[in-house]
Write a protein that binds this ligand. Structure first.
Ligand code: ATP
Length: 258
């Protein structure tokens, strides 16, 4: 279980990216974090994964707790040991290495037998990855790279999986496939999933609850169905109706719900 409480994050001492964000992902629950560009989604991912210092950021205030343990100031290795794995945006993998080598790197902490079994499981789940297992990862398609990243994440044996914008740059059919894969993994492995997305429609198809972030604050929280029934969220984030500039401004004025 992941709990974020009143989190404030600042970059280079002056740029406030999160301004008092609270959210939780309960055991085996799938939660979406939605929001437009610059809302602070990746900053939240970095904060819960212990990665802020790598981006010249730090937690100014608030708490992150993993299964009841304070993890706010922990480094990524310790966070991972507590069972949280984050798949960052931009498909960060070793591009000049093969899928096999990437998986070995991700599972380096496992005993050899477990690593072998884990890799067999990954290749059984993702047959296309198996076919291309000895090619350079940089030459895989976007969808295949995303599958490789999920496979790598599985080899860290997470309890909480955080995935940042897996749909980015993928064709709609592949987006659907990635969402289906995440849903299956979550159910079969009993994971808690925090899915960070700009593609609200795709994310809402597989989550139980949703938070919408804007300018570093949570402006909506509710279950996925409530989000789909909320006209503001639907119009602005799901593009149900064409929202022109004037309407968007009206929306912004109207929208100070919290
Ligand atoms: N390393 C950094 N240094 C300085 N400012 C940063 C840094 N990373 C992010 N920011 C700023 O923090 C704010 C939140 O950015 P963040 O990347 O968390 O948003 P986001 O919702 O993930 O956006 P996107 O969907 O575009 O990735 C933005 O104003 C951004 O410019």
């Amino acid at each position: 279980m992941l709990v974020v409480e009143n989190l404030k994050v600042v970059y280079r001492g002056v740029i406030l990216a999160l301004d008092g964000v609270s959210l939780e992902v309960r055991a085996k629950e799938a939660v979406a974090l939605l929001g437009p560009n610059g809302a602070g989604k990746s900053s939240l991912v970095r904060a819960v994964a212990g990665l802020l210092p790598k981006f010249e950021g730090r937690v100014l205030d608030g708490h992150v707790r993993l299964h009841g343990t304070e993890s706010t100031q922990l480094d990524p290795v310790r966070v991972s040991a507590l069972g949280l794995t984050a798949v960052l945006e931009g498909r960060p993998l070793f591009r000049y290495l093969t899928p096999v080598e990437n998986l070995v790197a991700a599972g380096h902490r496992l005993p050899p037998r477990e690593l072998k079994a884990g890799m067999e499981e990954v290749f059984a789940r993702f047959p296309r990855l198996y076919e291309r297992r000895h090619e350079q990862a940089g030459y895989l398609s976007g969808g295949e790279q995303q599958m490789l990243l999920l496979g790598m994440a599985l080899l860290t044996q997470p309890k909480v999986l955080v995935v940042d914008e897996p749909s980015l740059g993928l064709a709609p059919r592949l987006v659907e496939e990635v969402m289906r894969t995440l849903d299956t993994l979550r159910r079969e492995k009993g994971l808690s999933l925090l899915l960070v997305e700009q593609n609200a429609r795709a994310a809402l198809s597989i989550v139980d609850r949703v938070y919408v972030l804007e300018r570093g604050r949570v402006v909506f929280e509710g279950d996925a169905r409530a989000a789909q029934e909320d006209q503001d969220v639907m119009e602005f984030y799901l593009g149900k109706e064409e929202v022109g500039f004037r309407q968007a401004r009206r929306y912004r004025r109207r929208k100070r719900w919290v």
